[in-house]
Design a protein around this ligand. Structure first.
Ligand code: GLY
Length: 384
């Protein structure tokens, strides 16, 4: 699939990545990192005194560290990664006890931890955790609108009718629960949500909305919100990638061609907007200055593009692979940190356009960069 010089580059990146993860994994073995501050991983595995906050142990990104450990275990066969993955998985049990701090991101949290563990080792405790999380996600389904509610109320803001595009990465937990239990209800809800997302989130030009607000009683669309992007009607790049790869995930689990075609439409929009530099902005419709960027969007897009390449015919593959390689090479050459001075792999991730957490390392950037390079090699452990 790769040209000889690209294969050499890929081997080099994987060498640097495995060398770095060898020591970072041990240094951060008892943490659940989200970002890197002054070179050190932070730790979200901290108690959440009220249990209702979405931060701390309930934070939505707390599955990625475990996921990185499972990918490294798969790549190297080294048992230490399995042990470290287990540490964070067990820590997450506290969230079930909290309950009120949980949200739709239970897929992001328990697919790369418990589902991964169960798939690799057959651990029945992990299966139980994942089933529990799937039931929590199913409990957020709104029958009138055919969508999964994203968040709990945000202070004064009533979010009963809010769905967000990121949820395309959470619904694979429902597909898994149906595949595992033989009960079709979970898959039915996942497909209803994906079908709703195809019409309510994806625009005619292949770009997507971040947030759609439905009437929670009759299911009608009330309005859209700009969410983490520049403004309403803009094009938050990480949101485009949650949709691009997310619809591929639904295609992988269901074989429904509409999902593949939707993923391709979003991918063509995304690829047409990749700047010459290969650096992905936070929003494709943001002002030119300041030149805010988001390395995490590039990494997630690369994963989705490689998955599309696997699903399409020979004559189509190249365009998706070439775009993925361009994104990953740019990250390697100008947005990575291969030194021992910092615990992260990538720099310049951005949580949101209107947020001070711009241009920092973020754990899901590292996770998806790792997933993408192993996928390109043909050796990824599919966790979604
Ligand atoms: N799922 C939230 C985000 O992408 O920041």
């Amino acid at each position: 699939m790769l040209q000889a010089n690209d294969q050499l580059w890929l081997n080099d990146v994987i060498g640097k990545l495995t060398t770095k993860m060898d020591w970072v994994s041990e240094k951060s073995r008892n943490k659940i990192p989200y970002t890197t501050i002054n070179g050190e991983h932070d730790n979200r595995a901290v108690d959440n005194p009220t249990g209702t906050e979405t931060d701390g142990i309930n934070w939505w990104t707390n599955g990625f560290w475990g996921g990185m450990m499972w990918l490294m275990h798969h790549e190297t066969g080294n048992e230490k990664y399995k042990e470290i993955a287990n540490i964070s998985e067990v820590m997450l049990d506290e969230c079930f006890h909290h309950y009120y701090g949980l949200h739709h991101d239970v897929g992001f949290m328990w697919l790369p931890t418990s589902v991964a563990n169960y798939k690799v080792t057959g651990n029945m405790e992990s299966r139980k955790r994942a089933m529990h999380a799937a039931n929590l996600l199913a409990g957020r389904f709104n029958l009138a609108g055919g969508f999964i509610r994203a968040w709990n109320d945000l202070g004064e803001q009533d979010t009963r009718g809010w769905a967000i595009v990121d949820c395309m990465f959470n619904i694979p937990l429902l597909y898994w629960a149906s595949e595992e239990s033989g009960d079709p209800r979970f898959k039915q809800m996942a497909m209803r949500h994906a079908d709703t997302a195809m019409t309510a989130f994806v625009r005619a030009d292949g770009s997507v909305n971040h947030i759609v607000e439905f009437d929670p009683f009759n299911g009608g669309v009330v309005r859209t919100h700009g969410g983490q992007g520049y403004e309403e009607g803009s094009s938050w790049t990480r949101g485009q990638t949650w949709a691009l790869y997310g619809f591929m995930m639904s295609y992988i689990h269901t074989g429904k061609e509409d999902y593949l075609n939707t993923a391709k439409r979003i991918a063509h929009y995304f690829m047409a907007n990749i700047p010459e530099s290969g650096i992905i902005p936070i929003d494709f419709r943001q002002p030119k200055e300041p030149a805010y960027e988001d390395s995490t969007a590039a990494a997630i897009a690369a994963c989705g593009l490689i998955e599309i390449a696997k699903a399409v015919g020979q004559h189509e593959k190249e365009v998706f692979i070439n775009a993925a390689v361009k994104l990953l090479k740019t990250l390697d050459e100008s947005r990575s940190d291969w030194t021992t001075n910092s615990d992260c792999l990538l720099i310049n991730g951005s949580a949101a356009y209107h947020n001070n957490n711009r241009h920092t390392p973020i754990i899901y950037g590292d996770y998806y960069f790792m997933e993408a390079v192993f996928k390109l090699k043909g050796n990824d452990l599919y966790l979604w």
